[in-house]
Design a protein. Sequence first.
Lengths: 72, 627
Amino acid sequence: MKKTYQIEVDCAACADKMERAAKKTDGVSDCTVNFMMQRMTVEFDGNADADTVMKNVRKQCRKVESGCEVFI
Amino acid sequence: MNRKQRIMLFRILLSALIMAVLAFIPSEGVLRFVLYLIPYLIAGYDILIKAARGIINGQVLDECFLMAAATVGAVALAIYEQSGDYTEAVAVMLFYQTGELFQSYAVGKSRKNITELMDIRPDYANIEKDGKLEKVDPDSVAVGSIIVIQPGEKVPIDGIITEGSSSLNTSALTGESLPREVKEGDRIISGSVNMTGVLRVRTEKAFGESTVSKILDLVENASSRKSKSEDFISKFARIYTPAVCISALLLALLPPVASIAMGNPAGWEIWIYRALTFLVISCPCALVVSIPLSFFAGIGGASKAGVLIKGSNYLETLSKTKTVVFDKTGTLTEGVFEVSGIHHSTMADDKLIEYAALAESASSHPISKSLQKAYGKSVDRTRVGNIRELGGKGVKATVDGRAIACGNTKLMKDLGVDAAECRSAGTVVHMAVDGKYAGHIVISDIIKSAAGEAVRALRKAGVSRIVMLTGDSEKSAREVADKLGIETFYSGLLPADKVAKVEELLSEEKNGGKLAFVGDGINDAPVLRRADIGIAMGAMGSDAAIEAADVVLMDDDPMKIVKAIRISKKCLAIVYQNIVFAIGVKLLCLLLGALGIANMWLAIFADVGVMIIAVLNAIRALFVRKL
């Protein structure tokens, strides 16, 4: 399952950090952050619940870049 | 500017103002420290907080931490040396924040501009209800409903005109400024703008399946497919910061220790100061932001010109194109065939055409279309049965109870029929009726007027090899190739042969040169996929082509291929300029900083300056009109 989320992040390096953080989150099989479109496309593992996973993704992203936002 | 940016601007101005005032107020000792702490904190309190948070979360080397360490270090040095020179620390913080503000503003602004440029999304569709027009969300319009498009409005959904005529501006889709005349019965695609008359259109697709949605989807996702340059930069950035920090640490420790060992004074202040200068230059953001921005601008500019590029990676590959392989029909030639002769016919010419048109009635191949056209009457399908298409050979069918076979010489050979050779160039459709040869129909294609110029321009743009593939006979292939100045061509190819041919050509490619295949999007999806870059032409409305190709040309002008390559070259040139320039200046600053020639002021100036120039340079990729 693949879903796209709107995000808010100020710098490109930070977007890259968010991408890596999201990839490491449980339930995420792949993730690309598109800084230019301010979008995050997340591919979830088969049985993962998107909302729960995304809350964790947001938490992980905040850890690496406190100024960021993921609109779930 | 958004709220966040306005607050930041206010903080920067306030802090700068206080600094200016403090310059005229003589103060000393603790009072001076406290006074200067005010502008420092106004400018950078959030950096300090973020730095602290970063340490807690294990992100030690993030840029906030680096800036915090550099400025706090500078302040500590000032206290230690009792020089009272806090200006530098505050200035570094101020400039850093100014740079960040500029970056977020400029990038945000250009992001918006480019997105707006690509904004062909229709906001509503008009539906008539009780004699009144009602604006509805295009998503909610069912397939087969009638929508009304007034002059000045965008066509929201693909459909067929049921009433009215008008001219359409397709420039947002194709980059072509000449309006297209449309009338009742014409198929129109979403994203174009209705200019003159009111149109009633019966929708053929749902909004999500319409051309405009597909294109938007494609362009918006394009920058998610990252290029090698982008990967390089993000890898570089990952290594760069830790490397500079370690060097800074070494710079702070080694020379003083060495100095002590040699019996000289350590000079800790000098070396720590130089190390702090390192930290100021250690943020990789200028570099990291300008590369994707360049690609984004390049893709945006290209889509404005009617060239859709599906990803930054394809833009990069396109710039390295050394071989362009054309599938002749529909790319170099119009793909509009006309019957130009009927030879050796054993029956009335009209009858032969009639049989051919009926037998080919189920095929969507351009040849069959031209046969239908020459026939001129509507096809009565009840007369035709048993249609079997033989890929790359022709068609067999029963018409009025007679066994009709029409196709090329291969088909005739299979049937054991002797085919008369034809001396005129063009596609020859041999006919056999009831197992006996009945003559042949010559169909020729028209070369596109811009094809010759496109071939010459491609050579000029650095394409060293131009190859033409075709399923047609050698004779007609040679004629086209000679006229256009293409020296290599392969004729008589079946669809599967084309894939094999492209594979062969791919293996001949040297020095990282790339091969682009240009097709008209009909029946060539496998080849489009196999080539390094698949370019589909005239793909407006053809979903299969949009799916399979990496680069989609919205109209069928062969000059667009040249344009696409030029756009990619310009964009990549900008990317390389930015990489070399940004890394170059940083390394130079590091060197000058280590030697003590560059101080912190210069370092932060260089850092912010590089970023501003790189971002402005990146935006240049957007301007592709004159290419």
